[in-house]
Design a protein around this ligand. Sequence first.
Ligand SMILES: Cc1ncc(C[n+]2csc(CCOP(=O)(O)OP(=O)(O)O)c2C)c(N)n1
Ligand SMILES: [Mg+2]
Length: 558
Amino acid sequence: MPTPTVAQYTLARLSQLGIDRIFGVPGDYAFAIDDAVEQVPGLAWVACANELNASYAADGYARVRGAALLTTTYGVGELSAINGVMGSKAHRLPVFHLVGMPSERIQHLGLVTHHNLGDTVYDRFQSISASACCVSAVLTPDNCVDELERVIREALRQSMPAYIVISELHGNMPIVGTPVAGKPIASIKRQHSVKAELDAAVGTVLARLAAAKNPVAVVTSLVSRYGVRDRAAEFVRRANIPVVTTPNDKGTLDESMPQFVGLYAGIWSSSKEICDAVAAADLVLDIGGVVTSELNTGMWTATLDPAKVVSIQDNWVRAGGKVFVGAAIDDVLVALVAKATPRPAVKWPRVEQAPLVGADGDAISSNSFYPRLQRQLRSGDTLVIETGTCMTKLNKLLLPAGVDAEEQGLWGSIGWATPACLGVAMAKKSGRTWLVTGDGSHQLTLNELAVMGRYGVKPRIVVLNNALFGIEDVISERGHGYDDLAPVNYHLLPAAFGCKGWTVAKVRTNAELDAVLAKIASEDAAAYVEVMIPNEESQPLPEAVIDNGYKLRTPAVG
Ligand SMILES: Cc1ncc(C[n+]2csc(CCOP(=O)(O)OP(=O)(O)O)c2C)c(N)n1
Ligand SMILES: [Mg+2]
């Protein structure tokens, strides 16, 4: 076997994590990387519509597979991807962002090149792209093997993106050194514990639990990031503790488990009873670290008394004023599962399945739409939820057994969900992928439909057409022209984008919606449904509520 080039080795080594696709847009500075994709067995190109879409698709893929590959070209390509990579950093996803750059010959000769400002500063973009990552490296033939191990270890340890630069020249040069044989991500130990700290942390968690009369657990998406979601669920099940999720973590838990209570987000919880019950708990076991953003806490109304909270983070545990450092989340959960004893059942309020409403001939409304969608979901499905009105509605919906959900509640970059749906669908080995998106968000990235069609993925897509940035209209005073959208005939897009064999419909009444949902359920085909939603639903909140939300609840200065 010939010695692999820097680009070939890098891609082969990263694909050993269990990654079989690379999302990106090619470019001349990245040709060494682009060519190598075609030469590395088991790795396939996904040529996205643009770099931002590619970064969102990689984000979606990483949510399922644990890590993802993204490649863009120097400057113009990598800068377009930054919003998406930054979102992956916020949501703790190890996306490896590979970027080509001008050759060392060009650099040493000081030649002015394209994608530059004409000033021969060749590394200008590195600090910008690297800031969206937790680790970065400029690979050369002689540092490639060692540097790659460092980058992989750090990206997986922190569960955040990595930025890897390979020049067009170095990319095609053979590596120096002995290749490292990698392992799939699931078998890699990512955080390491210090035994004394781990033991003390676990002992404290168990003691606090034993002393509690009315505990509740919150499980966050960080457990999915570190591959310990099942373990967290197992602990909750064995210990028999009521458990909630926050909006940001929707779908982390199987919502059919008896311990599942519902959504907790202060005044935006599934119900007032659930909000009150969490507030009344004497211990909150936070498994993964709750994100305390205003949108995750009902405008900061989910204020949990720190004295009541025991929080298990990626590699540390906090219990009131005590902090244990060097307690890896997987080790903590293994110990907790082993030592859990079932608590007696207590009565807690529980989120109910939303009732079916609306007569056949009635126009579709949110009230009639979401319960109908909910009844179509089945075990193995993943629901990709866009930021906007649909996220607020879907967060409150009870998911059927075995249904996962993904959303970008913290970063909240609209347009994310359409390409993320592509990434999720490609990463899943079985089960269907649904996308629910508002029309405004969809407009940002809908050209990725062509990529879905080209690669034969079969998403089930619902576009909610209210011709409005609806959620913005709700939280701002009405009458702004900037929230109105260009009128698009969305259902015509799959055909225009070359998507063959898709079930396509535009529906206005409940009967039309029922008919297309029944068709989707009966076939193994991609679907695209444009659902007409009345824009009158997106009325602005009363002024007092708006003031109470953004104006009054924002912490005062001074
Ligand atoms: C990249 C980006 N730009 C702007 C925003 C602000 N924003 C948040 S939600 C939203 C409107 C979403 O509208 P749509 O997708 O049509 O959903 P609707 O609420 O109408 O159902 C906007 C513009 C954002 N979150 N991200
Ligand atoms: Mg809309």
